[in-house]
Design a protein around this ligand. Structure first.
Ligand code: MG
Length: 410
């Protein structure tokens, strides 16, 4: 075995392990608004699936704001994203919300953020209130701190207003611009999401007068028992008018969280979101006594781990598992032979046999993070812009992975 083959062999074991469960942030990088889509950093259209936690200031659910919950959902359900719904102030919260208990709430939210980063999944930090403009000063302070501490992580997404109800778009927009300015002072680039009137269903109003920012998308919330094709039509129109949509909350039940689970309408919605490359998070990880809770009443963290799930919870788990991101060893077929890569190592070009010149190639780094999609249309692929290191060149034919080759760039 020559030196190069020995190196490749050593790397192969490592790569197979690291690719077996590919993590969303490794794969997609920093999320980016591109026209009417929130895409991966490289512009690829994606649809992430995940879960929202329940109001962080609630007193009628077990506490799921902890690393154990996030670890479990990431490892076992394959969530690509989680949402920390930080309760701001409610008449019923007995002082538990951020306005009255900022230190307690910040600690809860940071536990979720840190766990999301550790699992390499995305995390939405949500200012969960129906009247955010009443707490603009506090929102500016809170999001500035979060942006300063976490703004360099690709994982972080800021949701500055959960659900306005009757506030007009000008009020929502003006509040959001103030908070966005504060975030951008600390974090110039991560994704921001803004709610809109009628419990974040008036994406049409946002589309008519969007916010001027480098990376802002708009919230859509739906509940399958209440919201049907008319709301999907509204989303399509808003996208046609140029804004990107992010479903930070959806439920399989009625909009009040109760009523039966509408499985058929839920499937219509999820198919629509996948087809339109819209990301979505289910409401909610909770064991409160209501239909939209994922875990059975008062079953706590053990209930989640033991699969003691509600009708909605079981449906949601299946839908998320269906969208889980993994690149298995089968997909990353290291039995090379279909493609001969030469020269290897290379300092600039590798040659592509004529029969593959119409196919799609993907270049990833050693961790499987996609760096570039390439359609050669000639007999070479140019790697000169990449630093010295080991890369994977994956050949796809009609969407299927034919082979993955290690390439040493010197
Ligand atoms: Mg940033």
């Amino acid at each position: 075995m020559n030196k190069l083959n020995a190196l490749i062999f050593t790397c192969l074991a490592f790569i197979c392990n690291s690719l077996f469960a590919q993590s969303p942030v490794q794969l997609y990088g920093k999320l980016q608004v591109n026209g009417s889509h929130v895409t991966a950093e490289n512009g690829n259209k994606i649809s992430l699936a995940g879960t929202s936690l329940f109001w962080s200031n609630a007193g009628d659910t077990s506490d799921y704001y902890n690393a154990e919950t996030i670890n479990f959902l990431s490892e076992n359900w394959g969530i690509g994203i989680v949402r920390a719904a930080m309760g701001v102030k409610e008449t019923w919260d007995e002082g538990r919300g951020y306005i009255d208990s900022p230190a307690v709430q910040k600690e809860k939210i940071k536990k979720v953020i840190d766990a999301a980063i550790a699992n390499n999944i995305y995390v939405i930090v949500d200012w969960h209130t129906h009247e955010a403009e009443r707490y603009t000063t506090e929102a500016v302070q809170f999001f500035s701190e979060i942006a300063e501490e976490y703004g360099t992580y690709d994982h972080i997404i800021y949701e500055v207003y959960n659900e306005p109800i009757t506030q007009n778009w000008n009020t929502i927009k003006s509040y959001s611009e103030t908070v966005i300015d504060a975030i951008r002072e600390k974090d110039p680039d991560n994704l921001i999401i803004v709610g809109n009137r009628e419990w974040s269903q008036r994406v049409d109003e946002a589309a008519a007068s969007p916010i001027n920012d480098v990376n802002t998308a708009y919230t859509l919330h739906f509940y399958s028992g209440t919201h049907k094709q008319w709301l999907r039509d509204r989303v399509s129109l808003a996208m046609t008018n140029g804004i990107a949509i992010f479903v930070t909350e959806w439920g399989s039940t009625n909009a009040d969280g109760n009523g039966g689970v509408d499985t058929e309408e839920t499937e219509r919605w999820i198919n629509f979101l996948k087809e339109n490359h819209i990301s979505h998070l289910n409401w909610s990880i909770s064991d409160k006594l209501e239909s939209s809770s994922i875990i059975n009443f008062q079953k706590g963290l053990d209930g989640l781990k033991n699969d003691e799930l509600s009708t909605s919870g079981q449906l949601v788990k299946d839908l998320i598992l269906d969208q889980r991101i993994t690149l298995s060893i089968d997909e990353f077929n290291f039995k090379s032979g279909a493609l001969t890569v030469y020269p290897n190592p290379t300092s600039d070009f590798i040659f592509i046999p004529k029969i593959f010149q119409k196919e799609q190639f993907i270049i990833t780094d050693i961790n499987g993070k996609i760096l570039e999609f390439v359609s050669p249309k000639s007999d070479t692929i140019n790697l000169s812009k990449y630093p010295t290191g080991i890369y994977i060149l994956q050949l796809r034919k009609a969407g299927e992975v034919i082979s993955s080759e290690l390439v040493l760039k010197n």
